[in-house]
Design a protein around this ligand. Structure first.
Ligand SMILES: [Zn+2]
Length: 410
């Protein structure tokens, strides 16, 4: 997939370079237009600032590619009319610029970089009065090695269906083999998640994921992977595809969000649902899915009808397994003596729960907005109790799930 994306991006870059920046402009009816006078690149010390002003906000994604080094920004339908690429090469860190349209309703900007730079912040700010929007990117120097490691197109090339393998043609698992668990510490990198005092949700979820991994491995029943083992940004879609790559048997996303005071405290286990259990759950999912869009990923490409039908079929089997998993977790966490929220088993539309064939849950370990949860989350003893409860729950679920599979086979 990545190889394909890279090849596609390279081909498009070549096409852009040869056909001129405004190729395909005529056939394109854009909703948003670039505002050339307010769009530019500039040096800020050794960092690069790029600002693109638009007549309205649009989904976008940002990534870097190597050999040659370049920054790529894809926008959903932007007309580049009137924009001279020279405005974008004002910085000494940018040696060429290309603008154009690419298949699938995307508009692409490619900037050649003279040095290895990595994205530090990406923010689309809108001006409600004028209705306009501005994408501000800041890139800072990194080593050539780090640049190469970070380089790569997002999992879905523009216009291509960005779905995980839909029909679960799984070979029957060896009952003696350890279950593969993908732990997903929420947030990371430019997406810090919730904050309280000096604490970041991204750090708390990573600490807990590492501790839980150890606890699970010690049972001898599980093989455990993390979607990130560092303070780095990982798009939601990538988290899901990592689980597929490792052929994970279950996926557990870990969060510790903030909600308006008094709204929530204690652990809550979420499963995927079209209709959220309550408004707070819906808002929480929307905030996470939107945050991902803001830092550069669009999930709206998932509209291939055939694939959706296949996914629904797979979900018929997976949904009850996720429900059983959530129930086991609520019992296990309850028995561990850590606190559950008033309604510990909820449904909501979190993007990371959308794997059609892998039972998936999202655990809010507690809420950073609650004073007692905040204290608990920082206590190694409390976390060990919670990890123990989750580990026991997974053992119970694994046994039940194996028994259920056996029953279905007979
Ligand atoms: Zn979160």
């Amino acid at each position: 997939m990545t190889k394909f994306s890279l090849a596609l991006a390279a081909a498009l870059l070549a096409a852009l370079a040869s056909a001129g920046p405004l190729a395909a402009q005529a056939a394109f009816s854009a909703l948003a237009r670039v505002l050339p006078e307010q769009s530019f690149s500039a040096d800020r010390g050794d960092a690069l600032t790029v600002e693109i002003a638009l007549t309205q906000g649009v989904p976008y994604r940002v990534y870097i590619l190597d050999a040659p080094r370049r920054l790529v920004v894809d926008f959903r339908e932007v007309s580049w009319q009137g924009m001279r690429p020279a405005r974008l090469t004002a910085s000494a860190l940018v040696d060429r610029a290309a603008l154009g349209q690419v298949p699938g309703g995307w508009s692409r900007m490619v900037l050649g970089l003279t040095r290895p730079l990595a994205l530090k912040t990406a923010e689309m700010k809108s001006d409600p009065a004028a209705g306009t929007a501005k994408l501000a990117l800041r890139l800072a120097p990194v080593s050539a090695g780090e640049f190469a490691a970070r380089a790569g197109a997002p999992p879905a090339p523009p216009g291509a269906p960005s779905l995980p393998p839909a029909a679960p043609a799984r070979t029957p698992r060896d009952p003696a083999a350890p279950l593969v668990v993908m732990l997903d510490p929420g947030h990371g990198g430019i997406d810090t998640g919730a904050r309280a005092e000096t604490l970041k949700e991204a750090d708390l979820t990573l600490t807990f994921a590492r501790e839980l991994k150890e606890r699970l491995v010690r049972t001898g029943r599980f093989k455990v992977f993390l979607t990130r083992d560092d303070d780095v940004f990982v798009p939601l879609e990538t988290r899901v595809s990592l689980a597929h790559q490792q052929r994970a048997d279950l996926f557990i996303s870990l969060h510790a969000d903030a909600l308006a005071a008094g709204r929530a405290s204690g652990a809550t286990v979420y499963t995927l649902s079209d209709t959220a259990t309550d408004i707070a759950s819906q808002k929480l999912a929307e905030r996470h899915n939107r945050q991902d869009l803001l830092v550069g990923l669009d999930l709206s490409a998932q509209d291939d009808t055939v694939a959706l039908v296949l996914m629904d079929l797979a979900r018929l089997d997976t949904a009850p397994r996720s429900e059983n998993l959530a129930e086991a977790l609520v019992r296990g966490i309850g028995d561990s003596g850590t606190r559950l929220s008033s309604r510990p088993n909820r449904g909501s539309g979190f993007s990371v729960l959308k794997s059609p064939d892998i039972p998936s849950v999202l655990i809010e370990l507690g809420f950073l907005s609650d004073a007692r949860d905040l204290e608990d989350l920082q206590s190694a003893r409390w976390r060990a109790r919670l990890a123990g409860g989750i580990a026991r729950a997974l053992v119970v679920w694994a046994d039940q799930d194996a028994a259920r599979a056996q029953l279905l086979r007979n």
